[in-house]
Design a binder for this molecule. Structure first.
Ligand code: NAD
Length: 432
């Protein structure tokens, strides 16, 4: 006979033995506890997803670096946003700068603010490289009057809110996953920021009323394996040598479609190896400086048959001038509320220096400035994203933007080294 056979069909009349009763009370209390904790866990999961910065399926990707939840909103937050974006000069523009705590973003934001434009920064402060450098740039921006909202460009609720609070006339879109080699370690971070993030931003821009004009950073890396130099905007760009390059090329095509369908004014800037104070620790000129000072050997790549690897190094101040000129010459978007009203401007410019320098010469300049001999480790150029040379034809930018780079590599590196020595003499560690 099974124990279930003892239980009568009318439970209220059944008098349970004491041990069975205690057993049942304990069982019921366990069920209550289980239900309670299940509700707590379920609630926490719901809150997490509700507050998650990204609505993209990639947002749950654990390989992506440092995407957490951000706090934004509320009257005092909105007040800071408004005040930062307030235009203070006649004919000034109000610009949302994405990637504002990044290298180029910081310089562009300061330059805009100084001439009286309204500037609001947005950055997710990810840990692709030393976050304290990004925080120090943020502090610099705060001192200049630029508020940097902490958030991800995939967070469309945040972007919509920003456009509700400020009718930005322009967006300077610099947020991206940069670097070519890191793509082998974390490919989805490139898709997240450079593809999904760009679409998320353009979606909000196309629905904004008025639609802003957008200037954004593509890259010289779109020229990929091209051998005809100097690289010109009319050249083919269908042989990217890295996932980074492929996402920038993809970005240019996405820009084309949003311009075509929604009338968004879009200008893509192909930057050529930008360097300077507050630069990026993952770039060669930066970590060469660190490693030469530490007495560590530095890898200098050469191509097949001892071919020279050269870069068209472009000083940050020249890039900033090109960015501001692009914003100033950008025509208005033609759509409104997600509807196109007529054809809109679509441009792509090379922003380079037009004088490629072999990487070994870069090292010689650094040796002189640092007064330390480098330990050079000559290596074959790996086939993991880097190309042998870059060289910009800038005649289009010269003609349309009045772009004219004025800083040569020795002059620019001198300024970088001065900043580096000063910054890292304050007890900070120069780890990438
Ligand atoms: N520096 C160069 O030599 C160079 C060359 C070609 C193109 N570019 C492009 O120029 C732009 C700026 O480059 P940089 O050198 O200043 O790089 P950076 O890494 O210093 O700046 C990018 C900033 O964007 C932020 N960011 C990244 N993903 C984000 C996201 N999903 N949401 C919000 N913020 C995000 C990062 O935290 C970072 O502060 C990038 O688009 C880069 O691809 C740079």
């Amino acid at each position: 006979m099974s124990h279930l056979d003892n239980i009568p069909s009318t439970p209220g009349k059944f008098k349970m033995e004491k041990s069975a009763y205690i057993h049942r009370v304990r069982w019921q209390s366990s069920i209550t506890k289980l239900t309670f904790w299940s509700l707590i866990i379920l609630g926490s999961i719901l809150i997490f997803f509700y507050r998650s910065p990204s609505s993209s399926p990639l947002s749950s990707d654990p390989s992506r670096r440092s995407l957490s939840t951000y706090d934004w909103g509320g009257p005092s937050w909105e007040k800071r946003v408004r005040s930062s974006a307030r235009v203070r000069s006649r004919n000034g523009i109000s610009v949302l700068v994405t990637g504002a705590a990044g290298f180029v973003g910081t310089h562009v934001s300061v330059a805009l603010k100084r001439r009286g434009d309204g500037v609001l920064g947005l950055d997710n402060f990810n840990n692709y490289y030393d976050q304290s450098l990004k925080r120090d740039r943020q502090a610099l921006l705060e001192r200049t009057g630029v508020f940097v909202v902490e958030g991800d460009i995939n967070d469309s609720a945040l972007l919509k809110k920003l456009f509700e609070v400020v009718p930005f006339t322009h967006v300077m879109h610099l947020a991206a996953q940069a670097g070519v080699r890191y793509a082998m370690e974390n490919p989805s971070s490139y898709v997240h920021s450079n593809i999904a993030g760009l679409v998320s931003l353009l979606e909000v821009c196309k629905s904004a009323n008025p639609q802003p004009a957008i200037v954004w950073a593509s890259s010289s890396s779109v020229y990929g394996l091209n051998t005809k130099v100097p690289f010109s905007e009319q050249d083919r760009t269908d042989e990217p040598a890295s996932l980074y390059a492929a996402t920038k090329k993809g970005g240019e095509e996405i820009a084309h479609s949003y311009n075509h369908i929604y009338g968004l004014s879009l200008t893509g800037l192909r930057f050529f190896t930008v360097y300077g104070p507050w630069g990026r620790p993952d770039m060669a000129y930066f970590f060469f400086t660190r490693d030469i000072l530490k007495g560590k050997s530095i890898p200098i790549f050469e191509a097949a048959d001892h071919g020279t690897v050269a870069r068209d190094f472009t000083y940050i101040d020249d890039i900033v001038k090109g960015c501001l000129a692009s914003l100033d010459t950008a025509e208005k978007s033609t759509g409104s509320g997600g509807k196109k009203k007529g054809p809109a401007q679509l441009r792509v410019f090379n922003l380079g220096n037009t004088s490629p320098v072999p990487v070994s010469d870069l090292v010689s300049i650094l040796e002189k400035l640092l007064k330390v001999k480098a330990k050079r480790n000559i290596m074959k150029l790996p086939r993991n994203g880097d190309v042998q040379f870059t060289h910009a034809n800038i005649s289009l930018a010269q003609r349309e933007l009045g772009y004219k780079p004025t800083t040569d590599l020795p002059t620019g590196l001198k300024k970088f080294v001065r900043w580096y020595m000063n910054y890292y003499s304050q007890g900070k560690k120069a780890d990438a």
